[in-house]
Design a binder for this molecule. Sequence first.
Ligand SMILES: [Zn+2]
Length: 98
Amino acid sequence: MWRSSKRGQSQVTCIACGDDVPRSDAREYDKFGDRWDRQGKEFEYLCKPCDRDRCHQPRGDLEALLEDVESNTVGTGRDAFLATYLELTEGRDSVGDR
Ligand SMILES: [Zn+2]
C-alpha cells in the first residue's frame, strides 16, 4: 500500500540540522538511550551526517580531559589524579567562580 512518498510520514526531521530526510535514511535517536522500549515514546531522528558527527564526540571534551589527566598522573595515586583534574578544569574559562 505505498502511496506516493513525498512528505507525509516517510519524512522525518533531523534534530541537529533541521533537514528533512527520508525516514529510512535517518537514524533513530532516543534521548533516554533505550531504543528497545518503544512504548509511549516519540523518537527523534538524526540524518546520517549528523549521526556520524555525534559518534565522533560522544561527551564533548570530557573524555579528552580525563585522558589528559590520566596521562599526567600515571603511576600516582587517586589524590594526584583529583588534584590534576581540578588544576586542568580550573584553567578552563567555563568555570566561572569569582
Ligand atoms: Zn542532520
